[in-house]
Design a binder for this molecule. Structure first.
Ligand code: DGY
Length: 320
């Protein structure tokens, strides 16, 4: 019996591609070029399944134009804001994602951003690297201490919960907002806030871990940033759309927000040039899940979903 054909739209880990090639007829993208809407539509006529990343945009228009041949989109990402799920539902195409396996890696990057923004890592690195470190004094490069502070976590799903655990390791007092309160055994003493409005005033640090949806887009706007205590630090490893970037620049410029640590931007790749003049914004290029271990785990989880689908059973991470 012939194997299903899977289009793997980006270059994935060697282990993932090897397993995929063992079990499927694969169409690879070893040059790792980003596909346009027309490319995606054209490839769908050649593949029974697509294994994309968050870089492939499945808008309603693209989904409507996909070939009847494609039966499943097995995303290599936990976030699915690049997929119009309603359009997939209407079209009858199954969609899966890769939850759980990237929580540790993403929480690591959130901690890195939190610590780096608080302790002025980009400025310090630049100074030493460029030979411009000429003096030292007790008033030099003084930052914000993380230990013992209050962290507000928005989105207490899998990544948010790991982040809370890491923050507790720093003796932080954990507050969170989530659509629903966690059972107390998962809260580990964290304080639930039914609204973002009550969470922000008690957050010396705020860390975003919710998906980008119509409800959360623009969540951190000027009004909400103003609710944070003066000198607060904003961390985002979720999606750029959660922050109104112009409002964050204004809050950084005014000094109300002391620093920010950002791994996600409204425009990706590229980021926001308005952030570049601010040394107190520590930026990374969307690498929350970029560890060797996690890339393999994401690839394998996506393949597990494909295997289940083609074996006629329910994929574990089916969203649509
Ligand atoms: C995810 O899985 O959503 C990460 O942002 C990488 O795509």
């Amino acid at each position: 019996m012939s194997k299903p054909t899977v289009w793997i739209s980006r270059k994935l880990s060697d282990n993932t591609q090897a397993r995929a090639a063992r079990d499927y007829d694969v169409i690879l993208n070893d040059d790792d070029v980003i596909s346009s809407a027309d490319d995606i539509v054209a490839m769908s006529a050649r593949a029974d399944a697509i294994l994309p990343c968050h870089s492939e945009l499945f808008t309603a228009d693209v989904v409507a134009r996909l070939s009847e041949r494609t039966k499943i989109i097995a995303n290599h990402s936990v976030g699915v804001d690049h997929c119009d799920l309603d359009a997939f539902r209407q079209k009858g195409i199954v969609v899966t994602n890769t939850p759980d396996v990237l929580s540790d890696a993403t929480a690591e990057i959130a901690m890195l951003l939190m610590l780096g923004a608080a302790r002025r890592a980009p400025e310090g690195d630049h100074m030493v690297r460029t030979g411009s470190w000429k003096s030292w004094s007790p008033s030099f490069m003084v930052g914000t201490q993380v230990t013992g502070k209050r962290v507000g976590i928005i989105g207490m799903g899998r990544v948010g919960q790991v982040m809370a655990q890491r923050c507790r390791g720093f003796g932080m007092e954990v507050h969170y907002h989530n659509r629903s309160q966690l059972p107390s055994e998962l809260e580990h003493g964290a304080t639930y806030h039914p609204t973002v409005e009550t969470l922000l005033p008690v957050s010396d640090f705020v860390s975003l871990h919710c998906p980008a949806t119509p409800e959360t887009t623009g969540l951190m706007n000027a009004d909400r940033l103003a609710l944070l205590p003066a000198g607060a630090i904003v961390v985002n490893t979720a999606r750029g759309a959660l922050i109104v970037e112009a409002d964050l620049v204004a809050a950084i410029r005014s000094g109300h927000i002391a620093a920010a640590g950002l791994d996600c931007f409204v425009n990706e790749p590229g980021g926001n040039p308005a952030f570049a003049n601010h040394a107190n914004i520590f930026m990374l290029p969307h690498i929350g899940s970029a560890t060797r271990e996690t890339r393999d785990a994401m690839g394998f989880r996506a393949l597990d979903n494909l295997d289940a689908f083609f074996a006629g059973s329910e994929p574990r991470d089916r969203l649509v």
